[in-house]
Design a protein around this ligand. Structure first.
Ligand code: ZN
Length: 458
């Protein structure tokens, strides 16, 4: 297969070039590649060709104990593919109390195998800390699980001593710890107060998790990482200016191995969504939406200070899973869909509005995720020898986002009605066209588990 006449975003430049694909990999990138006989040709004139999107923060099938996320590894990855994403790294959900790390990893292999239509990996989840768990971290890293998530809030939160031991072990074994940073003590207190006062409308969800809660936990995790010998640390879903300021301060102090992710919802949506009555339930997520000023600060940080844009895709049905909590936000499952919209949103709102360059778009959506999570240069880059994972975006295609045109198994989009300029039209994963002119044509279960290597932490 050959992709001709596209504007190709490589590691160093944006060039007009052809891409020759042989089997599952890129064979050549350049001008005037002679056309092999019987070669499929995709004409990408007027379009941009990027490395396939890598979304390192999804929650397919997540079981929160109250509700199960409505996308499984089939529907969720079809949506991802239609949005130009060729690889996800899914965050494994909690298992039974006291379970070993293998327990959930095996369970997730069972859920993704035969279902996923794009390539996938898993972040392990650490829900308690003991010698066995720490030993497993090192062992499993050799089986392709080279990153682990810890939560500083929720039922299986890790305390400071536990987090410190995990960071020390991660530093020793060369794996990356992803942290969900929110101060549990303050949130628990606010929730109890609001409950006692009958303040249970959706907006109290946001008021119970102020930005300072996030920043405090970010700062704490950063300093623990520093004490653990400058352990690499990945901050998920950075949502606020104050949390970002802690990350930037750490780097200025010389802590270079702190990495930060944000998500489209924290760039494009703000706390006014909690003034919409029952509709506000659609926007219940953790961390909650912040202010317009926070949105702006995060946009301004994208060119330099944020490393990745992922989605935290975790959809729940509005009608049947969120609405039952209309009189009590504490019963509402937390999470929003977004895996399909990510690339188009960042292209339209970022590249087209001159907030980020084409190169930066590629770093945020593909190259940096591949580097940090041990898939580079197999993925995240257009060069000979790499997997032929590509997305072709037509910059002239105008799409108004409508849930009914998206592919997630969910009954709403938080971006409903948003007009985008530019949309993925072809998605290619390991040399196979799986989305053609916006239509999914791949087979269920064709995605493969990626045995990730250790990441590149600078
Ligand atoms: Zn998440």
């Amino acid at each position: 297969m050959i992709i001709r006449n596209g504007r190709v975003v490589t590691e160093d430049a944006v060039i007009r070039a052809d891409i020759l694909i042989r089997g599952e990999t890129i064979a050549a990138v350049g001008c005037d590649i002679p056309l092999p006989p019987d070669c499929t040709v995709i004409d990408a004139a007027g379009m941009f060709v990027f490395p396939g999107g890598i979304d390192v923060h999804t929650h397919m099938n997540l079981d929160t104990g109250v509700a199960v996320a409505s996308d499984d590894f089939y529907t969720g990855t079809v949506a991802a593919a239609c949005g130009g994403t060729t690889t996800i790294v899914d965050h494994i959900g909690f298992g039974p109390a006291g379970c070993r790390l293998d327990h959930q990893i095996e369970r997730y292999h069972g859920m993704a195998d035969g279902m996923a239509v794009i390539d996938y990996g898993f972040h392990g989840v650490i829900q308690h800390v003991d010698d066995g768990v720490l030993a497993d971290m090192g062992r499993l890293a050799n089986e392709g699980i080279t990153s682990y998530k810890v939560y500083l809030t929720y039922g299986f939160k890790i305390d400071d001593g536990g987090l410190f031991r995990v960071l020390e072990k991660a530093n020793e074994t060369g794996v990356l710890i992803a942290v969900h940073p929110e101060n549990d003590g303050v949130i628990t207190h606010f929730r109890a107060c609001f409950k006692a006062q009958g303040k249970l409308a959706p907006k109290y969800h946001a008021l119970s998790r102020p930005a300072e809660c996030e920043a405090e936990a970010v700062n704490r995790a950063i300093l623990l990482a520093r004490m653990a010998g400058d352990a690499p640390l990945y901050i998920v879903h950075t949502s606020s200016a104050i949390a970002l300021s802690c990350i930037m301060a750490a780097r200025e102090r010389g802590q270079r191995r702190i990495f930060a992710e944000t998500c489209p919802q924290y760039l494009l949506l703000d706390e006014n969504r909690y003034d919409l009555g029952e509709d506000s339930l659609k926007y219940i997520m953790c961390p909650p939406l912040r202010t317009g000023a926070d949105n702006e600060v995060l946009w301004n940080a994208l060119p330099q200070h944020l490393d990745t844009v992922a989605t935290d895709h975790c959809p729940f049905m509005f009608a049947t899973q969120k609405m039952p909590a209309k009189d009590d936000f504490t019963r509402c499952p937390s999470g929003v869909p977004g895996v399909e919209e990510r690339m188009a949103l960042l292209f339209s709102e970022g590249v087209q509005k001159n907030r980020i360059t084409l190169r930066r778009f590629t770093d945020l959506t593909s190259t940096n995720p591949a580097k940090l999570f041990g898939m580079y240069p197999r993925k995240g880059v257009i060069r000979p020898g790499s997997d032929a994972d590509l997305v072709i975006i037509d910059p002239d295609k105008q799409v108004t986002i409508r849930q009914k045109n998206l592919h997630s198994r969910v009954d709403y989009s938080v971006y409903e009605g948003l007009e985008t300029q530019g949309w993925p039209v072809y998605t290619i994963n390991r040399g196979e066209v799986i989305v053609k002119k916006g239509e999914f044509i791949g087979k269920k279960g064709r995605g493969v588990f990626i045995q990730r290597k250790r990441g590149v932490y600078g």
